[in-house]
Ligand binder design. Sequence first.
Ligand SMILES: Nc1ncnc2c1ncn2[C@@H]1O[C@H](COP(=O)(O)OP(=O)(O)OP(=O)(O)O)[C@@H](O)[C@H]1O
Ligand SMILES: [Mg+2]
Length: 302
Amino acid sequence: MRSTTEKSKARRRAPTLEEFFKPYGYEPFPRQKEFHTSPAKYRLFGGAAGPGKTKALLYEAILQAHKHPGVDTLLMRRTYPELEASLITYFRRDVPRELYEKYNEAKHTVSWLNGSTTRFAYCDSENDVYRYQGAEYLFIGVDELTHFTLKQWQFLTSRNRCRIRGAHPSMAGATNPGNIGHAWVKALWIDKAPAPGMERPDQYDPADYAFIRATLADNPLYKDDAQYHKTLRQLPEALRRAFLDGEWDVYAGQYFDIFAAAGAKNKAVIEQFTENASSTGGYVITFTSVVNNSLVSGIEIQ
Ligand SMILES: Nc1ncnc2c1ncn2[C@@H]1O[C@H](COP(=O)(O)OP(=O)(O)OP(=O)(O)O)[C@@H](O)[C@H]1O
Ligand SMILES: [Mg+2]
């Protein structure tokens, strides 16, 4: 029999991850668990299709919202239709009704039983992110992070704080490689270097960033799904390498609309680099391969 002291100690100890998630019917897969337990300030999860990125992000927000009473957490996708089809759908489908106080449809905000909240949000245009000015969030999770710009991410970091002493504000992204944010996300988490466009590269601290890599093979529901594997294998090469293998070195301009982000029609910045001219003032540019008839019609040297 356990003594009264042991019983009250057990009552006081924080629940383990498994104990916390059990009432939600969520048992994190090993890679998801690694993501939930990483202590980094800025975590990036996934980097390929299907390992359970969106689901892990939703449950991370729930976990953080229960670390302290009365704190706010934020979950984002770039557009509302995407938000509704992913994070909001998973919340409504998977989170038992008795575990939250209410869900405000107009504000897309869940109030938890401890007075904390989780807000589902989006920012269609670059400046929509400033809607969140004035708010403070203990946790901010961004699904499909490469759909966002560096400027949006940087602004969101300023909203990531908590008035409670001892609280640990943090942010997380979940993503596949590719799209407009490919270069800055790759720099910060994969290459562990300041991103192109950062005004203060000297302020970049690699210790703040952790990449928890996961692919379809890390999702037991899909890892043996021969049909889905076949579908991914049949994708054009760049997409297949990005989604199935989680490769960050794919030639991003091939399949993702990065032209608009580079600020001009038909202009794409795949990778920015600095190169010194030779003693005779020349540069040599060599194309080693052309995949799927991609066309390079010009190179801008500034
Ligand atoms: N721990 C888990 N337990 C049970 N089912 C899970 C778990 N994690 C994810 N799933 C299920 O696996 C499927 C894929 O998960 P999810 O949509 O989160 O993956 P994803 O990595 O975001 O995929 P995508 O690359 O398509 O965005 C979903 O049906 C989800 O409900
Ligand atoms: Mg997803």
